[in-house]
Design a binder for this molecule. Structure first.
Ligand code: DAH
Length: 339
């Protein structure tokens, strides 16, 4: 029986040694050490032994079982290590490989220019306020001193939703909305999309963007207007920029002006960029018309103000020397990436 036990032990060890998977090792465990395993079977045959031989043999069986158990544990550990090693090899990451480039989007030149304008005015203590793109004709025109039948309504022909509601043709209605709220003093800019029934070409689009500005307080004069807009021009186009205020007419301001900046390409000498003028027009402005203040519930004897309107695309086109406005709306990434 001892020989039988020895043979069985060798068989078990050989089987474990030749196991190549955890499943195979497990099968060996069941076959030899399981409840109905071969060691259990051989134990049952102890009843044929004498009383003295029995404990001796029992001990031998136990030793054989422990040996087998150890072999199983060792084989398992080795196999697991090998598997882990293999996994590490398979999943090796070469950190020296160049990373795949993520194609991120790019800020639109109009957005970059707007951020810049906002930075300048927020720095001067202005609030940024949004107005609705779908607007009452009353705010878009009447409250801005453009009554029904006024020719300025035709100049800014827009898209009507009903005869009272339209797509705003300018950001100026935000002026009326803010003044009507009655919180004084006012120092705000209001950027946003506007609409006109123009056809598309290199300088026109049925939808573009403006930035409105409004200051209302006691003792505001034309000096404040000129100082503020000159500072804005310097920050946008360079410290050496000179401004020129040309008299103009807007229904909602009196007096009104158009502002030119000295050409930042040639410094004012005249070049292709400024069409040999030395000056480039950038915005419209003026002192808020007393009648407009009144219509919006502000006493013009106590308060005065100034306003201005800038075309955002125009600023972007000038700043980044873009020669066709349509490029701004095509969103071709090859174009956008340049800014
Ligand atoms: N709303 C005018 C336009 O679209 C621009 C403008 C001019 C706005 C003078 C103003 C201003 O606030 O004072 O042509």
């Amino acid at each position: 029986m001892k020989d039988q036990l020895l043979k069985l032990t060798q068989e078990a060890l050989a089987k474990i040694a030749s196991s190549k998977t955890l499943d195979e090792i497990n099968e060996a465990r069941v076959e030899f050490l399981g409840k109905k395993g071969q060691f259990t079977t051989i134990m049952k045959e102890m009843k044929n032994l004498s009383a003295e031989e029995r404990p001796v043999f029992g001990q031998l069986v136990n030793e054989a079982k422990s040996k087998t158990e150890e072999a199983i544990e060792k084989a398992k550990t080795e196999l697991q290590n090998a598997l882990m090693e293999q996994k590490l090899q398979d999943e090796i990451i070469d950190v020296t490989l160049p990373a795949k480039k993520l194609r991120t989007g790019h800020g639109h030149p109009c957005q970059i220019a707007l951020d810049e304008v906002e930075r300048v005015f927020i720095g001067m203590g202005y609030e940024v306020i949004e107005g609705p793109e779908v607007e009452w004709q009353e705010y878009n025109f009447t409250k801005l001193n453009i009554p029904e039948g006024h020719p300025a309504r035709d100049e800014q022909d827009t898209f009507y939703i009903t005869d009272q509601i339209l797509l705003r043709s300018q950001t100026s209605p935000t002026q009326a909305r803010v003044m009507e709220e009655g919180k004084l003093p006012i120092r705000m800019i209001s950027p946003g999309r506007v609409f006109r029934s123009d056809s598309i070409d290199a300088t026109h689009s049925p939808s573009f963007n403006q930035i409105e500005g409004l200051v209302v307080d006691k003792h505001i004069t034309m000096t404040d207007l000129k100082g503020t807009l000159t500072q804005f021009a310097k920050e946008m186009f360079g410290e050496d920029t000179v401004t020129r205020f040309r008299p103009h007419h807007f229904p909602f301001t009196e007096p009104s002006a158009e502002v030119d900046v000295s050409c930042f390409k040639c410094g004012g000498k005249g070049c292709r960029f400024c069409k040999n003028e030395g000056w480039i027009e950038i915005l419209g402005c003026g002192m808020v018309h007393p009648h407009v203040l009144e219509m919006c519930g502000i006493d013009p004897n106590e308060y005065t103000g100034f306003a201005f309107g800038v075309g955002l695309e125009r600023i972007a086109i000038l700043k980044y020397e873009i020669d066709d406005m349509r490029l701004l709306y095509e969103n071709d990434i090859r174009f956008l990436k340049q800014f």
